[in-house]
Design a protein. Structure first.
Length: 266
């Protein structure tokens, strides 16, 4: 599942082709509003909150989409079309007056709502380090307010506490803080946890070449401390990195990776 920084970068990629454009064609092909024609609508802007993408229109409507595991967006240049096999997966089509087109492919969430009602789909989310309204004090409060017996990894993945962290970041933040992902969250420094998580996400989108790189090393196989490195030596101490499946047959494919030496369970 894409992380918050992936969706943030997606919005940045869509803006040059879509924001400020009037649509000459298009429609929604999924969700309760399926069949809604978009011709004549003008796109105001794109915004994100955590892993949620919000496409706002000048007419006061918002298209809310979520990629989850399989969704994606692509832009075709003027005069180009999607291959037929790909086009059949389109859940959203937006044809601009400039000739380019945006296609939301295999999107599991497609919702059309009034912009004033956006809180109905994102109001439950915690603070997002990539938003202008990022509030680290509120994020810390939410971490400290959760059940102190919950594991650190579970809290970091809880979008109601801190929006935008997926499995990769939850595991990497635990390593950087030197805590076992199975540590009760009540036993860790909440402020430091929030600070490291925010710094990682922000660097991922702001530092050129550092997208989802936590080690500072962009060489293949060395971008992450533990995520995806099961059975390989820890880049810091050489101990074999371990992995545990959180839930059998988990559709989210969430796994927990950790170095038992650098991250002892105290």
């Amino acid at each position: 599942m894409p992380e918050g920084d992936s969706v943030f970068r997606l919005a940045a990629r869509l803006r040059p082709s879509l924001d400020g454009q009037r649509l000459t064609g298009g429609e929604l092909r999924s969700g309760a509003a399926a069949g809604t024609p978009l011709a004549g609508w003008a796109i105001l802007e794109h915004d994100t909150h955590g892993k949620h993408l919000l496409t706002r229109f000048v007419n006061g409507r918002t298209l809310h989409t979520h990629l989850r595991l399989q969704g994606s967006w692509t832009i075709t240049r003027p005069g180009r079309r999607l291959p037929a096999a790909v086009a059949k997966e389109a859940r959203v089509r937006m044809q601009t007056e400039a000739g380019s087109a945006a296609w939301g492919l295999d999107l599991p969430v497609v919702e059309l709502l009034d912009t004033r009602d956006e809180r109905s789909v994102v109001g439950h989310l915690g603070p997002d380090p990539l938003r202008d309204d990022w509030d680290p004090a509120e994020a810390r409060r939410r971490v400290e307010a959760t059940d102190p017996g919950r594991t650190v990894a579970a809290v970091l993945l809880d979008q109601r506490v801190l929006a935008g962290l997926g499995n990769l970041w939850a595991n990497e933040v635990c390593f950087v803080r030197g805590v076992s992902p199975f540590t009760p969250v009540g036993a860790v420094d909440a402020a430091a946890l929030v600070r490291v998580a925010a710094r990682g996400l922000q660097a991922s989108v702001r530092v050129p070449g550092m997208f989802q790189t936590t080690t500072g090393n962009t060489r293949r196989g060395e971008r992450h401390w533990v995520a995806g490195r099961a059975g390989r030596p820890c880049l810091r101490c050489g101990t074999t990195v371990l992995v545990r499946a959180e839930v059998a047959d988990d559709p989210g494919r969430r796994r927990t990776w950790w170095c038992p030496s650098c991250q002892p369970l105290r």
